[in-house]
Design a protein around this ligand. Structure first.
Ligand SMILES: Cc1cc2nc3c(=O)[nH]c(=O)nc-3n(C[C@H](O)[C@H](O)[C@H](O)COP(=O)(O)OP(=O)(O)OC[C@H]3O[C@@H](n4cnc5c(N)ncnc54)[C@H](O)[C@@H]3O)c2cc1C
Length: 481
């Protein structure tokens, strides 16, 4: 591996020893990236895993961090510690800003340091981010649920709303503070709505003097006509009934057309618009693939991206014209493969097997068997002891589904200690009333907004600086000549 620190950087990334072995660069430390790195254990390759986060995040349990059940550490072990014993891997923290398929380089940035990593094989597992369908301004008032920051911010907002409701003497404002709106009734929306209701009903019961937390409104808005649309009508109805039993107001065919500080505007099926005044809003309505997908597609003759920005892959998960550049996980678009952890894990195992077999001379790159996805099913929890699950043609709900959910999530959680502490935490939370992660700080609630403001101020200051004015004039002059 060759690392070339940029001349602009004040500091340099220490270059690793060059071994002359096949260099595999992996982008992302999620399900796809980490699985790929682990699958290359013992292989005769040098692996560089680049990610913008230091952790491997188990996204399916983010909602439990947001609602005070689990700590962020329990669902996000540090990637370099997970891979500590795997000597052929170097983990680099950095935001990948450029991929050059011709030069076979990946350029990443950490603070002022720019690093260029050379590859022989590239595995891109950069995942997806929240999509506001062109209304990014909604994010200020309705955070999504993709990162640890998102989950902690939401915890701050959810618990903060109850605190503010206790303090205010204005009746309408109290009602607004005690109204929680979750946009999108996919698994994340269902799980979050159920957990907010359970938090209010069980954990916070009796803890306030002015308000009764269980009198709060939890509203789940869905633009489609059913809850959990991909899981089918039967399970969707089951989940809806359970949520309604818990007091969650499920509103279907309800499209959110605006989000502001005071609340949300909703358009119903008949076209009429109405307002819901609410302080705490959560967005779980859609995803957009990482922009790295488009960057890759643009460099490959004939490769396209789908509507969500995912790269439409060749049958062997490579990029057209670049047999050793692979995309796996949420960033790949392959017919019949859902944007779920299993898709990323199976994709990563498949491509690493190809790389290993071809390097060993056991397989011919020109004759690759296509990637086949094995559907292990899907599930969503609604409340403690209640979930819905779909495995093949089998659909079931209730306690058995919840037990299956519990076991599966423990199996896929990385690290023995995390599994152990999570099991104990669940035992305490689900059998009792308390939750162990109820602390909130101002940083959780305001840090993102403060950073946005700071960035805007910096941009403004830069635009107003004399230097920027000179640069702008030079730019205009260059354009004119
Ligand atoms: C709230 C939530 C709940 C979910 N629940 C379930 C569930 O119950 N079951 C299920 O199967 N799936 C679930 N999913 C989906 C599942 O988590 C994803 O399908 C899976 O994480 C995809 O893996 P991935 O490796 O493609 O991407 P990710 O796990 O998202 O990882 C992407 C990685 O790329 C890194 N990255 C991104 N851009 C850059 C860049 N420019 N430079 C450097 N690094 C970068 C990120 O830091 C991250 O490490 C859920 C997702 C969410 C958000």
């Amino acid at each position: 591996m060759t690392l070339t620190p940029s001349s602009r950087g004040a500091e340099q990334t220490a270059p690793s020893e060059t071994t002359g072995r096949h260099r595999v660069v992996i982008i992302g430390s999620g399900f796809g990236g980490l699985t790929a790195a682990r699958a290359l254990k013992g292989a005769d390759v040098d692996v560089t895993l680049i990610s913008r986060t230091t952790t491997h995040l188990f996204q399916p349990l983010l909602y439990q961090v947001a609602t005070g059940i689990l700590s962020e550490g329990e669902i996000a072990p540090t990637t370099r510690l997970v891979l500590r014993k795997q000597k052929n891997v170097q983990v680099l923290l950095g935001e990948v800003e450029a991929i050059d398929l011709k030069a076979k380089t990946v350029t990443s940035k950490l603070m002022t340091m720019t690093t260029v990593s050379h590859f022989d094989s590239l595995i891109v597992a950069a995942g997806a981010q929240q999509s506001y369908f062109g209304n990014d301004q909604f994010a200020t008032f309705a955070p999504g649920m993709k990162t640890i920051d998102d989950a902690l911010e939401l915890r701050g907002r959810i618990l903060g709303a109850f605190e503010a409701a206790e303090v205010t003497t204005d009746h309408a404002e109290r009602e607004r503070r005690l109204t929680f709106v979750v946009v999108g009734a996919g698994p994340t929306g269902v799980e979050l709505a159920g957990q907010i209701a359970e938090l209010a009903d069980r954990t916070l019961a009796g803890a306030f003097r002015t308000i009764k937390p269980n009198e709060c409104r939890v509203i789940l808005l869905e633009g489609a006509g059913a809850v959990l649309p991909p899981m089918g009508e039967k399970l969707g109805l089951k989940a809806q009934r359970r949520l309604e039993k818990m007091g969650v107001e499920v509103q279907l065919n309800a499209l959110v057309t605006n989000v502001d500080y005071q609340g949300v505007t909703v358009k119903d099926k008949d076209g009429a618009e109405r307002r819901i005044e609410c302080a705490c809003k959560v967005w779980s309505a859609g995803v957009q693939a990482s922009p790295l997908g488009k960057m890759i597609a643009e460099q490959s003759d004939g490769t396209e991206t789908d509507r969500a920005g995912r790269v439409i892959m060749e049958p062997d998960l490579s990029v057209k014209g670049h047999p050793n550049v692979f995309v796996v996980g949420d960033l790949m678009s392959v017919q019949g493969v859902p944007g779920m952890a299993q898709g990323a894990i199976q994709g990563a195992k498949y491509v690493t097997k190809l790389i290993k077999r071809e390097l060993a001379g056991h397989a011919d790159p020109a004759n690759r068997a296509p990637f086949k996805y094995f559907d292990k099913g899907s599930m969503a929890t609604i409340s403690r002891f209640s979930a819905v699950a779909q495995v093949g043609k089998l659909e079931f709900g209730g306690f058995i589904a919840w037990l299956a959910w519990l076991v599966l999530h423990l199996v896929y959680l990385v690290g023995f200690k995390n599994r152990f502490t999570t099991l104990i935490t669940w035992f305490i939370t689900f059998l009792g009333h308390s939750r162990g992660q109820m602390a909130i700080t101002s940083q959780m609630i305001y840090a993102r907004l403060a950073m946005d403001m700071l960035q805007n101020q910096q941009k403004l200051a830069l635009r107003q600086s004399p230097l920027a004015a000179v640069e702008e004039a030079e730019e205009l002059e260059r354009g004119a000549s």
